[in-house]
Design a protein around this ligand. Structure first.
Ligand SMILES: CC(=O)N[C@H]1[C@@H](OP(=O)(O)OP(=O)(O)OC[C@H]2O[C@@H](n3ccc(=O)[nH]c3=O)[C@H](O)[C@@H]2O)O[C@H](CO)[C@@H](O)[C@@H]1O[C@H](C)C(=O)N[C@@H](C)C(=O)N[C@H](CCC(=O)O)C(=O)O
Ligand SMILES: Nc1ncnc2c1ncn2[C@@H]1O[C@H](COP(=O)(O)OP(=O)(O)OP(=O)(O)O)[C@@H](O)[C@H]1O
Ligand SMILES: N[C@H](CCC[C@H](N)C(=O)O)C(=O)O
Ligand SMILES: [Mg+2]
Length: 487
């Protein structure tokens, strides 16, 4: 059995009421899951305050309550621990509980607005092909070797992270690549983890519903680099103006990558086609099946990280050339009548712009580009008009539709998106609220040789409407419709 005093190691404690020399059960931050002898950590959330459920946790058998303020009335036999920050305390307790699993493998975190899943997944694949057992914590899935576990968040809560890292160690994993979202950093989901490296991709508009403004969003990301240990590497995209900012206060070894400026890892695009990219990396040629300028950055980050982790150069280059695109990221299908349907997870204005610019740089003049896109509900509404503008300015035709409306009115979201369309582009757009119907509309308009981009949902296999997830897979649906239309 684990002792309370052991799992409180390094936790910043204000006061304790009761005994810490006691054996405890599991750790929970949801009172509804508490069982006999568990530790309940009360967290102030965005919807409710965990401190209101201390009594319920006690009724369910909690032996220990960890909170930022202790209740006046205490129950005999329960140990109360007052801490400065419950979320941080939870993360440290979780690390201690699983015996600091991040120290027993090389953990690399990827942060930035776009490209996290792509880079983390490619690194997982690269080191797997190099013969290692590798862990992955990403938006799409959590993986231990080839075993896959479902996930709902990009960066899970600290208990889950440490539980999976422990499982990875038990499976003999040498590395784990994980996405570190700004919510994750802000909510201390990654506090107390020992990272061997951190990667910064880029910073653009997203999540400004959650963070007060862009500067705060940037500073949260920076905190991840501020907290890296001295023996870790901090690898940043120096073409992004915020790359330098990330390095300002880090103790870690500073490394840079870039396509446009001098950097430790310098890339150059030689060819950019539908079949892939020909790159020059530190003066060595490399062919990759990944498509688009933005993927040149991702490939460069992958090469650099693998190099910093000690992978032999030629093996590094050879395996990168074998890597396939990540699920739902520029995945494409060509129909019998030669209509190209591309499914991509672009759900920010910058990602959408990059994807559309890539398609425009590759396609020929007589191929029409039809974009199907929407924005998620209960998420940053200020990105909606920007996405409407980008989609309509860079496509020949746009069908605005729903993404995951969640609890919002889908037509209202579409109106927000349409508000960004400039007068000269309005004639190119139409709105079809039902996403399947919108895809069908695009397929009906498309002629042989045309390109349909379906953006925003990528790998997702559901559509969330009013707290219910319905089966929905953009790629499956577009294939089915094009086939049914005999196109
Ligand atoms: C806004 C946000 O990030 N919310 C996360 C947060 O929950 P919350 O603050 O809303 O929690 P709350 O409902 O207010 O409850 C507060 C506390 O009371 C507890 N409680 C509540 C009820 C009860 O009866 N008893 C009880 O003890 C809850 O367990 C919780 O500890 O903490 C939870 C546990 O870690 C997360 O699951 C939850 O993620 C929600 C589901 C979410 O949708 N998050 C998204 C926005 C997110 O995190 N996205 C990022 C970014 C993706 C990207 O990069 O694009 C990600 O990493 O996935
Ligand atoms: N390096 C990049 N720069 C800009 N855009 C990118 C980059 N890499 C990918 N994208 C675009 O962003 C989309 C999402 O990519 P990816 O899933 O790798 O990002 P992410 O950071 O994991 O996103 P999330 O915040 O949802 O976890 C892709 O489908 C593509 O359109
Ligand atoms: N991690 C992102 C994913 C957005 C994907 C998009 N399909 C949506 O539902 O808005 C978020 O939670 O904001
Ligand atoms: Mg991701």
């Amino acid at each position: 059995m684990i002792q309370l005093k052991d799992i409180l190691y390094k936790v910043e404690i204000n006061s304790v009421v009761g005994n810490t020399n006691i054996a405890v059960g599991k750790i929970e931050f949801d009172s509804r899951k508490v069982q006999l002898n568990d530790v309940f950590v009360a967290i102030r959330g965005s919807k409710t305050d965990g401190h209101s459920y201390i009594e319920q946790a006690a009724k369910n058998g909690a032996l220990v309550i960890v909170a930022e303020s202790l209740p006046e009335e205490k129950v005999g036999g329960i140990t109360y621990v007052e801490v400065n920050n419950s979320q941080r305390a939870l993360a440290l307790i979780a690390s201690n509980y699983y015996q600091n699993p991040s120290q027993d493998l090389k953990l690399v975190g990827v942060t930035g607005t776009n490209g996290k899943t792509t880079i983390a997944t490619l690194l997982h694949e690269l080191f797997t092909k190099a013969g290692f057992t590798v862990g992955l914590i990403s938006t799409v899935a959590i993986k231990i070797g080839t075993e896959e576990f479902p996930t709902k968040l990009t960066t899970p809560d600290s208990l889950q992270i440490n539980r999976y890292l422990d499982k990875m160690n038990k499976a003999g994993a040498a590395f784990c690549f994980m996405e570190v979202s700004s919510h994750g950093i802000d909510q201390h989901r990654t506090s107390g983890l020992e990272f061997a490296g951190g990667i910064f991709t880029n910073l653009s508009h997203d999540h400004l519903d959650y963070h007060k403004n862009f500067a705060e969003y940037r500073d949260v990301k920076k905190r991840f680099f501020d907290e890296l240990p001295a023996n870790a590497f901090a690898l940043v995209n120096i073409d992004d103006k915020n790359g330098r900012v990330m390095l300002q206060n880090t103790r870690a070894k500073q490394k840079t990558y870039a396509l446009k400026t001098i950097a430790d890892y310098k890339g150059q695009i030689m060819e950019n086609q539908f079949s892939g990219l020909l790159l020059k990396l530190n003066n060595q040629e490399l062919w990759t099946k990944l498509i688009g300028n933005f993927n040149a950055y991702n490939v460069l980050a992958v090469y650099a990280a693998a190099d910093l982790l000690g992978l032999e150069n030629l093996e590094n280059l050879r395996i990168i050339s074998e890597l396939s695109p990540v699920e739902g990221r520029f995945e494409h299908f060509i129909s019998d009548k030669k209509i190209t349907a591309i499914v991509d997870y672009a759900h920010t204005p910058d990602a959408l712009k990059n994807v559309l610019e890539t398609i425009n740089s590759i396609r020929t003049k007589n191929e029409t580009l039809i974009t199907v896109v929407g924005c998620g509900g209960d998420r940053d509404a200020s990105k909606r008009p920007k996405m409407g503008h980008v989609a309509s300015a860079l496509s020949d035709k746009v069908v605005f539709t729903s993404d995951n409306p969640r609890t919002e009115d889908p037509d209202k979201i579409i109106e927000d998106v349409e508000a960004g369309v400039q007068a000269q582009n309005t004639a190119k757009t139409l709105a079809v609220t039902n996403r399947r119907q919108a895809i069908k509309t695009a397929c009906t308009i498309a002629k042989s040789g045309d390109i349909i981009l379906i953006a925003g949902k990528g790998h997702e296999t559901y559509q969330e409407i009013n707290n219910k997830r319905h089966d929905f897979d953009d790629l499956e649906i577009v294939k089915e419709i094009l086939t049914a239309l005999n196109k």
